[in-house]
Design a protein around this ligand. Structure first.
Ligand code: PXP
Length: 241
């Protein structure tokens, strides 16, 4: 069954809107765990627009489930990741002007840079996942590097599902998932997943981990975080059954 990694970046986004000390992502992590999160995901961006260095340290000390730290292939955050030693690091592309992560990491095009970042993280004993588009070229490059997992970018599927036109992008994810498994990598997925579109992705064969942030935090504003996580978890369990 797919595990649920709850991305708590947007709790820090609310805090940073006022540059104050509340809400603390550590509170959110505790509630997410109570709601059934299998993991906590956070993205330490180079521009520090939401998660701060202190959050990484505090969460590493307080979170009981595995922590997945998302980061770009840049020296500053790679050093912090190696020191913090999360269970898993997911390498993502980053552009300062983007609203959120757009597109997957170009592993094939930036092979040496990505391979070197992976080597650094793995040298520190951290499991490495690469956030990539569901594109055979990128999956093969990831396998060549020898990472443990890839997280397929579900953004195109999510966008299409909002317009009830998700069949084709879902097929792309299915085919990509098959190749991921054939190449011996662990299958993760994320980005843009919601309570409405999560189930077909959760049901992909051998789907191991889904990382979901915005939709859960959006619902949490209305029903509370523990309940919002519980609701998402139930959908994933149902889809996997
Ligand atoms: N996975 C990765 C690699 C991401 O960068 C993000 C966004 O931070 C997510 C999953 C979660 O996306 P969303 O907030 O749309 O659920």
């Amino acid at each position: 069954m797919a595990k649920l990694g709850v991305n708590i970046d947007h709790v820090a986004t609310v805090r940073e809107a006022r540059k104050t000390n509340e809400p603390d992502p550590a509170w959110a992590a505790t509630l997410a765990e109570l709601g059934g999160a299998d993991g906590i995901t956070l993205h330490l961006r180079e521009d520090r627009r939401h998660i701060q260095d202190r959050d990484v340290r505090v969460l590493m000390e307080t979170v009981a489930v595995p922590v997945n730290l998302e980061l770009a292939c840049s020296a500053d955050v790679l050093r912090i990741a190696c020191e913090a030693h999360p269970h898993q690091a997911t390498l993502v592309p980053e552009r300062r002007e983007e609203v959120t992560t757009e597109g997957g990491l170009d592993v094939a095009g930036c092979y040496d840079q990505v391979a070197s970042a992976c080597e650094q993280l793995r040298g520190a004993g951290i499991i490495v996942s690469l956030f990539i588009d569901p594109d055979p070229k990128q999956i093969e490059a990831a396998a060549k590097i020898g990472v443990e997992a890839v997280e397929l970018h579900t953004g195109v599927y999510a966008h299409a599902s909002a317009k009830h036109a998700a069949a084709e992008p879902l097929k792309v994810l299915q085919d990509a998932g098959k190749l991921v498994r054939q190449l011996g990598l662990t299958l993760h997925a994320g980005h843009g997943l919601t309570y409405r579109n999560v189930q077909p992705v959760a049901a992909l064969p051998e789907m191991c981990e889904l990382n979901i942030g915005h939709s859960i935090i959006a619902r949490a504003i209305m029903v509370g975080l523990e309940q919002a996580v519980r609701d998402m978890k139930r959908l994933i369990v149902e889809a996997s059954a």
